[in-house]
Design a binder for this molecule. Structure first.
Ligand SMILES: [Zn+2]
Length: 427
């Protein structure tokens, strides 16, 4: 089966949009050229829009099994497809946790049945995310776990992390860390800064994150392990990662759209759609994250898509769970607020949503080179709309960006040569 994508624009590394056509054979890209002359069984007209490699998000929460009222593998991957994502990596804080051969097998099976985009599942570092007994990293990795993390909680003791890193390094797996030292959290619900004081909410100090990263980079050096830091939020964390990279330590880091675009001063009183972990930090932290993304200290962007029920989120800042959704808003928000404001070039943004995460984890995606899997996203950069949470495919409506007017939307998403999302108005 041959499919030809015609009438498209490709982005050059110097940020020029040039005419291109792409020939797909079954699930692979076989040719990208200004004009493809070969005949195909099917033609997709890109309508003069930009075609880029499908986005990759290594940090999302699909909630299934156990949290199906928040999200399912079906709804979460439909949300990913609408956001232009073709590969997503699912966090293991579900019930049960994928921490054994059996639970991972069931999850892989359910993904095969229900997912509309590629899902690579994490397995946990410790059984039940309890921080006590470690999982069998080698066995789970061979079975298909993408990498290992206890996301949602930090690994509290240095020895636990050190042993996990040595086991991961021995089989070539990565340790992916939500960094949070519980002894420095003090029951906080938002950043420990001027806004937490004004709103009289308990604050989460920046140190609770950065201290654990500082510990872990030294452990990663000793274990010779690829150590990846989730959702970096503080300027001190950026500095520690930058220094560690300079020292040759195998550390990588991600940053979320909300930490790039918002800071503590944006937090609206008692609106738990601004409650996430790590929290929105200070303005100087936000600036350090942008600088870190630009200079490569932070390798790429990941959404930390974390759907919750509306009732849970209506419980007020103290009681509501942490987290916001992100898959369907990431590209338009970042395009509008970073690219159109000349903070980042379009090529840099696409690179940090495609090639960079693929390179960091050795994935064959995030490229339109000949022979690559046919994962493509078509973007209408001229489309303007208000973010409307009630239009999301995700069950989660918990976003602080509802009502924001943004530009640039995915209009078609193709995974392995198959169209998995097509905007209604797009012929
Ligand atoms: Zn996390």
């Amino acid at each position: 089966m041959k499919t030809k994508l015609t009438n498209a624009k490709c982005l050059t590394s110097s940020n020029e949009l040039v005419s291109c056509e792409i020939l797909i054979e079954d699930d692979k890209i076989v040719k990208t050229a200004p004009k493809v002359t070969e005949q195909a069984d099917k033609t997709i007209d890109a309508d003069n829009n930009l075609v880029v490699p499908g986005f990759i998000d290594v940090h999302i929460h699909l909630r299934e099994p156990g949290g199906e009222y928040k999200e399912t593998i079906a709804t979460g991957t439909q949300s990913a497809a609408r956001g232009g994502y073709t590969t997503v990596c699912n966090m293991p804080n579900t019930n049960p946790v994928p921490d054994s051969k059996d639970t991972l097998e069931k999850l892989l099976q359910k993904i095969k049945e229900d997912a509309v985009v590629r899902v690579l599942p994490y397995a946990s570092i410790t059984k039940g995310l309890k921080g006590e007994e470690r999982t069998n990293i080698k066995e789970l990795f061979e079975q298909g776990a993408f990498a290992f993390t206890d996301d949602g909680v930090g690994i509290q003791t240095a020895n636990q992390m050190f042993q996990a890193m040595k086991e991961a390094a021995a089989c070539g797996a990565a340790i992916v860390a939500h960094c949070e030292d519980n002894s420095l959290v003090y029951g906080g619900v938002t950043h420990d800064g001027e806004v937490s004081k004004r709103l009289n909410l308990p604050g989460i100090p920046s140190l609770s994150e950065s201290v654990q990263i500082a510990r872990d980079v030294l452990l990663a050096e000793a274990a010779d392990c690829h150590y990846h830091v989730c959702h970096v939020s503080t300027k001190e964390s950026v500095r520690v990662i930058r220094d560690a990279k300079r020292a040759g330590i195998k550390v990588t880091g991600e940053v979320s759209p909300h930490h790039l675009l918002l800071n503590e001063t944006d937090v609206l009183e008692n609106d738990a759609d601004f409650k996430m972990n790590p929290p929105l930090r200070g303005k100087d932290d936000q600036e350090a994250l942008i600088e870190g993304l630009l200079d490569g200290t932070l390798d790429f962007i990941a959404t930390d898509h974390a759907p919750h029920g509306e009732e849970e989120k209506a419980n007020g800042f103290l009681e509501a769970p942490f987290g916001i959704v992100g898959l369907e808003t990431a590209f338009p928000l970042l395009y509008t607020h970073l690219v159109q404001k000349n903070v980042l070039s379009l090529h840099e943004l696409i690179d940090r949503m495609t090639k960079k995460p693929a390179d960091v984890f050795g994935l064959p995606y995030g490229t339109m080179e000949e022979g690559a899997p046919a994962d493509l996203t078509i973007l209408d950069l001229d489309k303007t709309a208000k973010i409307d949470r009630y239009q999301f495919a995700s069950k989660g409506k918990n976003t602080p960006f509802h009502g924001w007017e943004v530009n640039g939307f995915p209009v078609m998403t193709i995974v392995n040569g198959e169209v998995v999302f097509k905007e209604d108005s797009h012929a």
